[in-house]
Design a protein around this ligand. Structure first.
Ligand code: SAH
Ligand code: SF4
Length: 332
């Protein structure tokens, strides 16, 4: 919901302040899917608001469910689509949020990258993905967020930051910063800006190789921001915030899974004890690369080198909702 537009409209009707508060509370409660069902409002106002504003800026188009995840295609006001994922880790529900329709960065291993960028998502479209899941789940609700859906969050900076304020706000969605993770492909100036915000939001960085040449082949953005610049920005981040950074590392057969890659990784980490490697099994995408057949040797090598790491549990492959598998044909 466009909170400012609705607030201004209510003001123009000279309604008492509590009405706006009531409507905003209803919207964030996840209890209502339209204004018409807000039975604590006068009927005429409900009808009027329903005619003027959609409660949600996204509408469900296709919902797929597996045992541990759900994936939805959401239609936007201009007919474009995005995908959002809900993951059930047993004790908490985590939503994987998109920030762009497609992505301009074209990483070779990622389905979204093959779409190119259609446009940035608005603040409402980012927030409404969460409200959409909360309405579906009611009275359960989303407890954690990962900005790892479609798009590069740091390339939709302004809307991301405004959406995060709404997500954090006690009177709005009230999801604490420590329960939120943002993943970036490595937009160096934005990593610095993010560090300077001094939030408690977790930062994940898609590294995937500590070899400049290999990283450039996998992630074209690496030509613009070198590993050396990236390391400097990440060291600045950890120094400034004293927070851990997750370095995401997809294992791709014979490309980044050799003993030499561990050596380079060790050099990249240097003496920064706040870097933590997150090994991600490569999820299959069309015409894509081959998942590593050396995972065991690689993680043993990490162990030996004293590099801290975890292996990410992959959910949702059966419905193509795992990392990097989100894609929509927006030309249909
Ligand atoms: N654009 C951001 C966030 C979205 S991608 C980024 O790139 O970080 C979220 C994560 O999924 C990233 O770490 C990305 O590298 C990873 N990913 C992309 N394609 C993948 C695939 N085929 N298999 C496994 N992980 C993938
Ligand atoms: Fe974009 Fe991230 Fe996919 Fe790369 S991995 S194309 S940055 S969404």
């Amino acid at each position: 919901m466009d909170i400012i537009a609705v607030k201004n409209y209510l003001k123009s009707l000279n309604l008492p302040d509590f009405r706006a508060k009531q409507i905003i509370k209803n919207y964030f409660s996840g209890h209502y899917s339209d204004f018409a069902s807000m039975s604590d409002l006068p009927l005429a106002l409900r009808t009027d608001l329903d005619n003027k504003y959609p409660l949600l800026s996204v509408t469900e188009s296709n919902l797929l469910k597996s045992t541990d995840s759900q994936k939805v295609a959401l239609k936007l006001h201009d007919g474009l689509y995005i995908e959002s994922v809900l993951m059930d880790y047993g004790d908490w529900l985590t939503a994987c949020i998109s920030t762009q329709v497609g992505c301009p960065l074209g990483c070779t291993f990622c389905a979204t990258g093959k779409m190119g960028l259609k446009r940035n998502l608005t603040i409402e479209e980012i927030v409404d993905q969460i409200i959409y899941w909360n309405i579906k789940l009611f009275p359960k609700y989303v407890g954690r967020l990962v900005f790892m859906g479609m798009g590069e969050p740091f390339l939709n900076w302004d809307n991301l930051i405004e959406a995060l304020k709404i997500i954090n706000d006690k009177n709005y969605l009230n999801i604490g910063s420590r329960k939120i993770s943002i993943s970036s492909a490595g937009i160096v100036p934005k990593i610095i800006e993010f560090a300077n915000l001094n939030t408690e939001i977790n930062l994940a960085l898609s590294l995937h190789s500590a070899d400049q040449k290999v990283r450039q082949q996998l992630m074209p953005i690496a030509k613009q921001y070198s590993l050396a610049e990236l390391k400097k920005a990440l060291d600045f981040y950890t120094h400034k915030t004293n927070r851990q950074v997750m370095l995401e590392y997809i294992l791709i057969d014979n490309q980044n899974d050799q003993p030499e890659d561990i050596k380079l990784l060790k050099e990249f980490i240097g003496n920064n004890f706040l870097f933590h490697i997150n090994i991600i099994p490569l999820n299959p995408v069309k015409g894509g690369l081959i998942p590593s057949t050396h995972q065991k040797e690689f993680v043993d090598g990490l162990d030996k080198a004293g590099i801290p790491f975890t292996i990410r549990r992959s959910v949702g492959r059966s419905i193509n909702s795992a990392c990097g598998q989100l894609i929509i044909n927006n030309n249909q």
